[in-house]
Ligand binder design. Structure first.
Ligand SMILES: [Zn+2]
Length: 214
């Protein structure tokens, strides 16, 4: 018998957006509690998913090495379609990857995952204070985080966690504003988007904002 955390693949009834959100958050609760089930990580699942994938969520998160998606949400093969960039900055390739998962793979949930002590946000704050000190492509990451940091500043936010929450909200807004496909999926109730903030020390993923979830 499959462990309770397993999501059946090629099911007749894929999870709804809110069921997918519950699945994701329950995995994070197991991880926080130190009681992971490691679902869908065996040879049976590998064989099952080889011909076809139907991930129940797109995980678009920061590349930070401590945000390993399948570990912190206690999931396995075929569960999460993962897209990660430093500071979860989104350009056209990211939008295209998310749209692919939502439209072709019919993923019912998109999660933006930020975290405390994010280096990309810290680098952006430093650049705004001291000037951009780089001609490398790091500059591109900083430029994409800058609108969030400026908006947080305009709102009078000074705490790191509040600025990171603002960046997570901005990223969710950007995805929905720029991707007509995603906006239509939300409108149709087929996909939801959630912004979560991950706490490095305790492993908890806190809900910052949602679109299309009650
Ligand atoms: Zn980060």
């Amino acid at each position: 018998m499959a462990p309770p955390g397993n999501v059946p693949i090629m099911s007749d009834a894929p999870p709804t957006p809110s069921e997918a959100f519950d699945l994701l958050l329950s995995g994070n609760r197991r991880f926080v509690a130190g009681t992971p089930e490691h679902p869908n990580q065996d040879a049976v699942r590998r064989a099952e998913t080889a011909p076809e994938q139907s991930p129940f969520a797109v995980l678009f998160g920061c590349s930070d090495s401590r945000l390993a998606a399948e570990i912190i949400f206690d999931r396995g093969l075929g569960d999460l379609f993962v897209v990660r960039t430093a500071g979860h900055v989104a350009g056209s390739e990211v939008l295209g990857s998310i749209e692919y998962a939502v439209s072709i793979l019919k993923a019912p949930l998109v999660v933006v995952l930020g975290h405390d002590s994010c280096g990309a946000v810290a680098a952006t704050r430093a650049a705004l204070t001291d000037g951009l000190g780089t001609n490398s492509f790091v500059r591109d990451v900083i430029e994409r985080v800058t609108p969030s940091v400026l908006a947080a500043k305009a709102a009078g936010l000074t705490e790191n966690d509040d600025i990171i929450d603002e960046h997570i909200r901005h990223t969710v807004d950007l995805l929905v504003d720029r991707s007509r496909l995603l906006a239509e999926k939300i409108e149709a109730g087929e996909t939801a988007v959630a912004g979560l903030s991950y706490h490095l020390a305790d492993g908890n993923a806190r809900v910052v904002t949602t679109r299309g979830l009650n």
